[in-house]
Write a protein that binds this ligand. Structure first.
Ligand SMILES: [Zn+2]
Ligand SMILES: [Zn+2]
Length: 344
């Protein structure tokens, strides 16, 4: 079978490898759709944090075509999965904070993933509820994008957002836009996107952002957000872009008593960001970070997409066959592209 494997920085190869065979408790999926995500691009541009070679791809949906002992009832089922595999029994898993599990590993990052014709789902994925059946009416490509949406859902739940709140989102890339769609579905009253690229800002408007602040020289984003919120500032901020200025500005645009989520990590090489902690102290704001999602957050995200309240198709800007995967990686880096989907 064909697989898109990362060997090192900018060294991605389409290879012929053996089709996997499931062991007891595992299944093999025929991959139908897999999204190229910023994490994949980071591994491609700066190196994977784990051993290579590895088949990338952690936003996947497929059909069970081979079932190991004990999983026979899953044959021919369409499934998607939380690619993070948790132990289910450690200090954190027991508290429902699976994402902090010290034994966690991820499909498509630590072990072979979905940029291949077939992929293995480890037995452990089933024991903590990471594998979900896809409803008939949902397309495979939408199901593949449940994974990043589930991360956004966790981010918004941890912020404590509720209907009627106002939110500023820094970055109108695919993840920032997913936050926008989700926040709209949650019933927020005002969503302000802060973005540098004019094209992406306009797209955010088309997707229903209430206001867009186009970040450029001479624009004071804090003043703009104040003006748009009657002088108050927003209830919460999601920083969906790995930019130090955005992390600092987030503290300035949030209202006293509000909350900020540093949702995007900083790129490799950026060592730290100087922030004025007095802002946190005097405004009495809550600053947090989230990444990944727990099994229940993943299931909820799937249910939201299945309900039709969040239409992820709008974020797919390109579909390519797996054999054009290397090209797909260069396409995914372009500003004009949102999600690129590979179809093995
Ligand atoms: Zn991802
Ligand atoms: Zn654990």
């Amino acid at each position: 079978m064909k697989a898109l494997r990362l060997y090192g920085v900018k060294d991605l190869r389409l290879e012929e490898v053996d089709r996997p065979v499931p062991r007891e408790g595992e299944v093999v999926l025929k991959v139908a759709a897999a999204g190229i995500c910023a994490t994949d691009l980071k591994a491609y541009n700066y190196g994977s944090r784990t051993k290579v070679p590895v088949t990338l791809g952690h936003e996947v949906a497929g059909v069970v075509v081979d079932a190991g002992k004990g999983r026979e009832e899953l044959l021919n089922k369409r499934v998607t999965l939380n690619p993070n595999i948790f132990c289910g029994s450690c200090f954190y898993c027991l508290r429902g904070e699976h994402v902090l599990c010290p034994k966690r590993y991820a499909i498509g990052i630590d072990v072979d993933g979905g940029f291949a014709e077939y992929m293995v789902v480890p037995a452990a994925a089933f024991s903590v509820g990471c594998v979900q059946e896809i409803p008939d009416w949902l397309s495979m490509e939408e199901a593949a994008l449940v994974e990043p949406l589930s991360d956004c859902l966790r981010g918004q739940l941890k912020l404590g957002l509720s209907a009627g709140d106002s939110l500023a989102i820094f970055g109108a890339g695919p993840i920032g836009l997913m936050h926008l769609l989700l926040a709209k579905a949650l019933g927020l009253s005002k969503i302000i996107m802060c973005e540098k690229s004019e094209a992406r800002a306009r797209f955010a408007e088309r997707l229903g952002a209430d206001h867009v602040v186009l970040l450029s020289e001479g624009v004071d984003v804090a003043k703009e957000v104040q003006r748009l919120t009657g002088g108050e500032g927003v209830d919460a901020v999601v920083v969906a872009v790995g930019v130090p200025d955005a992390q600092r500005d987030a503290l300035r645009v949030v209202r006293p008593g509000g909350a900020v989520n540093y949702f995007a990590g900083l790129p490799a090489g950026v060592k730290g960001v100087e922030i004025d902690t007095n802002i946190i102290h005097y405004k009495q704001i809550r600053v947090l970070g989230t990444s990944m999602s727990t099994p229940v957050e993943f299931k909820k995200a799937l249910d939201i997409v299945a309900s039709g309240r969040v239409d992820l198709k709008q974020l797919i800007s390109m579909r390519l066959p797996l054999i054009e995967g290397v090209n797909g990686f260069s396409e995914a880096q372009k500003l004009e592209n949102l999600r690129v989907i590979l179809n093995p």
